[in-house]
Structure formats: structure tokens, C-alpha cells
Design a protein around this ligand. Structure first.
Ligand SMILES: [Fe+2]
Length: 177
């Protein structure tokens, strides 16, 4: 049986109902990998996605969002950022995302100052999903046009979160995109 978007949204809802912490978020990551191998889903919702994002589902009980994202630009490298009080699951549909996880190494006592050290970088290939739990800082790089699904614990455009510049050792509030 083909695993559909509706089935994924229902399973993600159930996962949150059972455990809204790390275990539930990891279960969503696993369910998303099942959805990403459904080529009809990828064709319908990702291949048609241009640069930008489209809402696929919002869960009214648990407030998580499922969005289709895309970029047509090659060699696109994002700034390190956190997801504020939220978490995020990224699942690759088309192309590649190079993910880098960063550790914050300063004492957090100086306003606007942040020191980051690169922890690890890994490729997220089609069919694969990764969880970035609350507090994790990561950056994304797209060497070629790409399409992906992002599930977030709430609407990231309405919460306070930060972008980081590791070279200049500064952080600033992100404005909604
Ligand atoms: Fe992110």
C-alpha cells in the first residue's frame, strides 16, 4: 500500500499524542521517510514546488506544520540558525541538502555575541529525514536545485529565533521569511 500524505499526517498526529517529546518527533522523522519514497506524493507536491514554501498540513491539536520547500538556485548556503522553542524534521525529496550541526561554545552572557564550533556535516539524500530537536543549531547548503519537506513543532514565522554568523561571532533575531 502506498503511504500517502493523509496517512503521514494522521500518523504524525498519533505520534504526538503518544509522546510530544523527542520520541514522538523521532517517530515523525521515521514516518516522513516512508512518505518520501511515494513518488506520486513527490511529483504532486514537491516537483511542482518552485523556490519558496507551501503549506501541506497544519495540525490544530498539536500545532505542527508540514511544509513543502524548494530552491531553484544552485550553490545556496544558509546561515546557521536555531528553531527557537520549536523542533524541525527535514526530509529530502529531490536533490541534496548538506546539513551542518553547530555547537555553541560561549557562556551566553554577552548580548548579541555567540561563538559556534562546527560539530558535523552530513548529506540528506532523497528519502532521508533528520530531526533537529529544540535548541539544535544547524545550517543547510544546497549545491543544486532541491525540494524538501519540513515539519515544525509550531509556526516558525511567529516565534523568536536566531541566526548566527560564526566568523563575526554574532547572533541576531531572525525576521519571518
Ligand atoms: Fe532549520
Amino acid at each position: 500500500m502506498t503511504y500517502t500524505l493523509d496517512q503521514f499526517c494522521a500518523d504524525a498526529h498519533d505520534a504526538m499524542e503518544k509522546n510530544s517529546g523527542n520520541a514522538g518527533r523521532n517517530a515523525i522523522r521515521g514516518h516522513l521517510e516512508k512518505l518520501l519514497i511515494n513518488q506520486d506524493f513527490v511529483t504532486e507536491h514537491l516537483a511542482s514546488q518552485g523556490s519558496g514554501k507551501t503549506l501541506l498540513y497544519h495540525d490544530k491539536d498539536f500545532d505542527f506544520y508540514v511544509m513543502a520547500h524548494g530552491t531553484d538556485a544552485g550553490n545556496r548556503k544558509g546561515k546557521p540558525h536555531d528553531h527557537g522553542a520549536s523542533w524541525a524534521v527535514y526530509g529530502q525529496a529531490i536533490g541534496l541538502t548538506n546539513m551542518t550541526v553547530w555547537n555553541r561554545t560561549d557562556d551566553r552572557n554577552q548580548e548579541g555575541h555567540a561563538e559556534l564550533a562546527e560539530d558535523n556535516t552530513f548529506p540528506l539524500n532523497p528519502g532521508k529525514a533528520a530531526l533537529f530537536d529544540t535548541g539544535v543549531i544547524h545550517s543547510t547548503a544546497h549545491p543544486e536545485p532541491a525540494r524538501w519537506v519540513r515539519v515544525t513543532g509550531t509556526n516558525l514565522d511567529t516565534i523568536e529565533r536566531h541566526a548566527y554568523d560564526p566568523d563575526r561571532q554574532v547572533m541576531k533575531l531572525m525576521t519571518p521569511t
